[in-house]
Design a binder for this molecule. Sequence first.
Ligand code: SF4
Length: 335
Amino acid sequence: MPDTFDTAKRAFRDLRVSVTDRCNFRCTYCMPKETFGPDYQYLERTELLTFEEIARLVRLSKDLGVTKVRLTGGEPLLRKGIEGLVAQLRAIGDLDLTLTTNGSLLARKADALASAGLDRVTVSLDAVDDATFKAMNDVDYPVAKVLEGIEAAADAGLGPIKINAVIKRGVNGHAPLAMARHFKGSGHIVRFIEYMDVGSTNGWRLDDVISGQDIVAAINAELPLEPIKPNYIGEVASRWRYRDGSGEIGVITSVTAPFCGSCTRGRVSAQGMLYTCLFASSGHDLRQMMRGLASDAELSAAIASIWETRDDRYSDLRSEATSDLPKIEMSYIGG
Ligand code: SF4
């Protein structure tokens, strides 16, 4: 399949598909309760892309060079019949099919997802002590249940499991060393994410960011690490291996060491808007085209043209001024 390149010669490789804007957690850096309260208006079912519409977009994107699809949300496992979507996407053919979840429903769903053809899961977990984790998910959800989900996913063959932890100064700055101790030797890979100015509701301040470098230094002081090469061009995490050979960690440094130059990711919201950057302020309505009976050729040409005119590199240009720009909520386009 011919590749599709943007204005910075970045290929269209990864498609992240949000399947719902709903979540059962209220993580303070993503979906703060103050904004996403009981009266918040979520998308109606009829506004969501159907599984058939998602499968169509994925099929056409694969023909444009996409090799990896990640299902996200909100919390994707809340979407009823998600296994059915996985099976439809699996039927499209050779794709790396992954999913990011908060793990709360994973113990129940892991086997069915694996049987439907899912390759791997990434689980969001921001601490291994209950007090901190409950404060961050803001719905009093215990660590033990997420760990149960991680083990169920591993047993179902959805590994190697990646565990994403957003690190915010003054909230879970202590978590990286505790999480490294907990998961070292488990085969699971913890990736520590610098706290980002995603969306417009998390009250982001640069002072609350702990750099990837400082996170690595904190772990290295007790558990010696060495850097290793990326698995592929465009991999978001910088990889570090334990010197004793007992596994690896990653750091995702969008704030202190941006990686826009190799960014190959497009994002589709649950409503069918295509965004070319996590920090976008606006998107392109593909649902309207699909429900307006656009042909495959027309839809494919539209997606290709959107990517070919893409020039996003928000993190390269980030400043205190840009952090106040109106941006799409992460819970809407899924990290
Ligand atoms: S800021 Fe935008 S362009 Fe840069 S790496 Fe993130 S998603 Fe890609």
